[in-house]
Design a protein around this ligand. Structure first.
Ligand code: HEC
Length: 312
């Protein structure tokens, strides 16, 4: 839907707004009121008006936690910890006269509102106890289009409960991508726990079930790449802020179902781009704070015209 996005403000740090100098943003008291007054009119559950069914704009509902986490027609709109990689933030931080700015009319948001939302995402996009409207939303974080999930699920058997329990004890949070679907999302949520190469090795036992894998900020190295590259059903791979280098990309380029690849804050360079260009299903790829050059990114955009190649 949206082509190249303008660099969002990197003003958060400039203003000294870091977690250490201000109280954590509270979603319900500081963010929800903005969404309610500026966004929800267009981004809410389907409803009828004059006998016509109205769908949420951009396929995105902002009226409930699960709905927000599920994202819109472009996929995820919030990447916890990464405002610059979050479509929702990018769109509110666009220049005032930009075609894609949100809200499209009556905007833009005030600087303070934009900063509050950016800060909230930076701090991990924590919703507290707020759930909002859960009607019509699946209970999984990011449900795949049913056909894609069904196709990928073919031939996958449910992972054994014992194995899952063991992995959970080692710090992994594992959830099915859709009710009754054997495919899994694996992430490590607890702040103190940084998964290492050994944790990734353990995941090999459920490798054919993993379709979403979040290893951001993990203490993993290129050693893990071979194992990750064998998770042939991966659609979503977040490796941002890890020590992954170009040496990992051969293995990752084997993942033909990959739609989302986050390499922000790694040392990958232009040398990896021809391999990444082989990932024909890629929809978003993130290179902010890597050695990838603007020229390299531009070539990748030409090779993968349907993908969002995000540099900032
Ligand atoms: C007047 C209606 C309207 C309002 C108000 C509005 N939006 Fe939108 N929004 C849209 C439309 C229309 C699209 C789809 C644009 C497109 O596909 O080109 C969209 C798309 C989006 C998307 C992209 C979804 C995706 O996955 O592609 C995001 C994120 C978004 N809006 C966030 C917001 C936020 C945050 C606010 C409030 C600050 C807001 N919008 C207010 C109409 C609105």
């Amino acid at each position: 839907m949206i082509g190249r996005l303008i660099a969002p403000i990197a003003a958060l740090a400039a203003l000294g707004l870091t977690a250490s100098v201000h109280a954590e943003i509270n979603f319900e008291s500081q963010i929800l009121p903005i969404l309610k007054s500026e966004c929800i009119d267009c981004h809410r559950a389907p409803y009828e008006e004059n006998g016509q069914k109205k769908q949420p704009k951009g396929g995105l509902r902002l009226d409930g936690r699960l709905a927000i986490e599920q994202g819109g027609s472009s996929g995820d709109v919030i990447v916890p910890g990464d405002p610059e990689g979050s479509l929702l933030y990018e769109l509110i931080a666009l220049p005032e006269n930009h075609d894609d700015i949100m809200p499209p009319k009556g905007g833009p948001l005030t600087k303070n509102q934009i900063l509050a939302i950016g800060m909230w995402i930076k701090e991990g996009a924590n919703f507290g106890n707020w759930k909002g409207n859960e009607e019509g939303v699946s209970l999984t974080k990011r449900e795949m289009a049913p056909s894609a999930a069904d196709n990928l699920a073919k031939g996958a058997t449910e992972a054994g409960k014992d194995v899952l329990d063991t992995l959970a004890k080692e710090g992994a949070t594992i959830t099915p991508v859709a009710p009754g679907n054997p495919l899994l999302r694996v992430e490590y949520l607890s702040g103190e726990m940084r998964p290492e190469d050994a944790h990734v090795s353990q995941l090999a036992s459920i490798g054919s079930n993993i379709t979403e894998l979040v290893l951001s900020k993990a203490a993993i190295t290129d050693q893990s790449a071979k194992i990750i590259g064998s998770f042939s059903k991966l659609t979503y791979l977040d490796l941002h802020n890890t020590q992954i280098t170009d040496a990992s990309i051969d293995a990752i380029a084997q993942l033909q179902h990959l739609e989302y690849l986050n390499l922000y804050g790694t040392s990958v360079s232009d040398a990896s781009l021809p391999k990444i260009a082989q990932l024909r299903n890629l929809k978003s790829v993130y290179f902010w704070q890597t050695s990838v050059t603007d020229g390299g990114a531009e070539k990748l955009r030409q090779a993968l015209p349907d993908a969002r190649v995000v540099m900032e």
